[in-house]
Design a protein. Structure first.
Length: 632
């Protein structure tokens, strides 16, 4: 049944495995089978290079391409998985601007030979210039694959969370707009999919009227915000208020899902988890599958999969038909989704093999290259040679493949792997096989170690000595930290005389030692910081008397005593008769940090508290105002 493209913001690549259909079989292959997809574009993977595991990369029957953040940890990230039996890309790139480099190469994508480029790279005069291009591609927000049929762009557009991100967001949107328009102008077809973080119109968000009223704005003002204005000029059928912007005179892409459901309400793809808004479908549509005009008729279906959980977003898919019209002829979709000579008339001429891997494939990362089974995880790792960037053959006796610095898209399995030059933009993804830099010699004078016997000394972990000679310190148990230090009688049974090294109380400096018979109203001892600490026993006591023992109060025991006295606190009931949930106010203001009780049910379709319905009621009680307790 054709070929399906699915895009999904997974909000952490491991999150979807909490969903029941693939919880028991925690594999990506099981998840992809449930999605019934042939190309899966994931956003917000939230992983680093070191977090990649076998089950993410070595998925049987699938190839994977990642774009990971260069500096921020556990942030953003895009991944594209392709089913090898249905499609195989001919080129792959990372980043929207083309300023990054292929693996093991110092040549930028935009500077490769023309036959190795995907093309359409933005020029300096096409961008606003407010954000430099390496910065735009430093957060792992775009992966681009080219098939003979079209160019697939998977993106995760920045969101406007505060004023500091407005400029970056606008710069990324401008670069994405220019790249797509340039590719279309070259005569290439484009499929753009991912989380764009843009609400297109009033149909694509819940509670629009309340929002307009609260923000004191009109619908035209809502449509004319910078991101929505761009998007409505970008797609066919978009609503544009006033004249179009220069360079955006004509739309270039179709909103596939909306074309199949032009008037559908509630077709949302994202819900706020803090309000538990998904059961009541109070959300927004910000995930899209877009295509250029030349392939619009190729799609036979597009929809959302709101029933698939595991993230605060749901998957969105678009399905291509089996046979399409290309260059005036009817061809099978798999013929133009694979390199020439692999599939013909829908029949496979040769199977996909490792020779078809592109340099950007995650399977060619040194940690995963030529790995076939889990036994390789326990095999001896390849030893590092003295030559920087090269590795000796691994346990299987095979060398890792390498790629020339010309950025060729064809791997050379006969050469050894060479590490790429380290740049600022690649600092966070440096291979774990790199040789660490040698420590520079110290200019300080080296002290010869003390002579040792021929018998090797056994190394042991440092431990606290029972007694530290000359200091008077000792540590017997944790209880000693809570008990008051008391003097220990000396040899003459006095309590304020000289201290012996074996005493267990706190030390007193010799300079601060008082004379034995000094007439004071209150005896004083000296603390660790030199501050005077008054004893709580009377001065009239004799030298042979000792201070009264102070009882240690256990804070846990004290808390339990108060709980027994006051009784267990009763949680108030909401209008439905259910127990309320306890939340804490995080919004800045006088109530920040205060706890309150409210109905635990999800929000309804209105997005507000309702009365007489099965959704969240209007129950709201400040915790400080509630005194109900369970009697003993």
């Amino acid at each position: 049944m054709g070929l399906r493209i699915t895009t999904w913001n997974v909000n952490g690549i491991k999150n979807p495995f909490g969903y029941q259909p693939w919880r028991e079989n925690r594999t990506f292959q099981a998840m992809f089978d449930k999605l019934q997809a042939d190309i899966v574009v994931m956003q917000e993977t939230k992983i680093q290079r070191k977090d990649l595991t076998d089950d993410m990369v070595l998925v049987p029957g699938w190839d994977a391409y990642f774009s990971l953040p260069k500096y921020k940890k556990g942030y953003s990230g895009v991944a594209i998985y392709t089913r090898s039996s249905k499609c195989c890309p001919i080129r792959a790139e990372e980043g929207i601007t083309g300023v990054l480099c292929p693996p093991n190469s110092s040549t930028k994508f935009r500077e490769l030979p023309t036959d190795q480029q995907i093309g359409g790279y933005p020029t300096q005069d096409q961008l606003s210039g407010s954000i430099d291009e390496p910065t735009l591609d430093s957060e792992g927000r775009c992966v681009i694959l080219e098939f003979p049929a079209f160019v697939l762009i998977g993106v995760y557009s920045p969101a406007t969370r505060d004023d500091t991100r407005v400029e970056f967001r606008q710069g990324f949107i401008d670069a994405m707009d220019v790249r797509v328009r340039n590719l279309v102008a070259m005569g290439k077809q484009v499929v753009l999919c991912g989380d764009l973080n843009i609400i297109r119109s009033e149909l694509d968000t819940a509670g629009i009227q309340d929002r307009l009223r609260k923000e004191a704005m009109t619908l035209d003002d809502f449509i004319s915000t910078p991101s929505r204005r761009f998007f409505n000029q970008f797609v066919f059928g978009g609503r544009v208020v006033g004249d179009r912007d220069q360079g955006r005179e004509e739309p270039v892409m179709w909103d596939i899902c909306r074309e199949f459901h032009p008037e559908r309400l509630g077709m949302y793809t994202c819900w706020e988890t803090r309000k538990n808004a998904r059961p009541g479908n109070y959300g927004s549509r910000i995930d899209y599958v877009l295509c250029s005009s030349g392939i619009k008729d190729w799609f036979i279906d597009s929809n959302i999969q709101e029933g698939l959980l595991g993230s605060d977003h749901c998957p969105v898919y678009a399905t291509l038909t089996d046979t399409v019209k290309s260059n005036g002829a009817e061809v099978h979709i798999t013929d133009i989704m694979n390199p020439k000579g692999m599939v013909e008339n829908g029949q496979r001429l040769r199977d996909w093999s490792a020779k078809d891997l592109l340099p950007a494939s995650a399977k060619l990362i040194p940690e995963f290259d030529r790995r076939q089974s889990i036994r390789d995880m326990f095999s001896k790792k390849p030893a590092l040679s003295t030559k920087t960037g090269s590795a000796t053959p691994g346990a299987d006796g095979l060398d890792s493949p390498s790629y020339t610095n010309s950025g060729s898209s064809t791997p050379n399995p006969s050469a050894s792997f060479q590490d790429p030059p380290i740049r600022a933009s690649q600092a966070s993804v440096t291979s774990s096989m790199s040789v660490p830099p040698e420590k520079p010699p110290s200019s300080k004078r080296q002290i010869a170690p003390p002579p040792s016997s021929s018998r090797p000394q056994k190394k042991s972990k440092p431990t606290l000595a029972k007694e530290n000679s000359g200091t008077g310190f000792s540590q017997r148990s944790l209880m000693g930290f809570f008990k008051q230090a008391t003097p220990t009688p000396g040899p003459d049974n006095s309590t304020d005389g000289d201290f012996s090294p074996q005493r267990t109380s706190a030390p007193v400096p010799a300079a601060a030692t008082e004379e034995k018979n000094s007439p004071l109203k209150k005896n004083k001892s000296v603390g660790f910081a030199g501050d005077d600490i008054e004893d709580d026993w009377p001065a009239s006591s004799t030298k042979t008397s000792s201070p009264p023992q102070t009882k240690f109060i256990d804070p846990i025991e004290s808390k339990e005593s108060w709980a027994k006295l006051l009784g267990k606190r009763i949680v108030p009931k909401c209008e439905h008769g259910d127990d309320c949930q306890t939340l804490t106010t995080k919004k800045a203001g006088i109530n920040c940090g205060r706890s309150f009780f409210m109905c635990a049910r999800p929000l309804g379709p209105s997005g507000d508290k309702e009365q007489g319905t099965a959704f969240r009621c209007k129950t709201f009680i400040w915790s400080s105002d509630w005194s109900g307790r369970q009697p003993q």
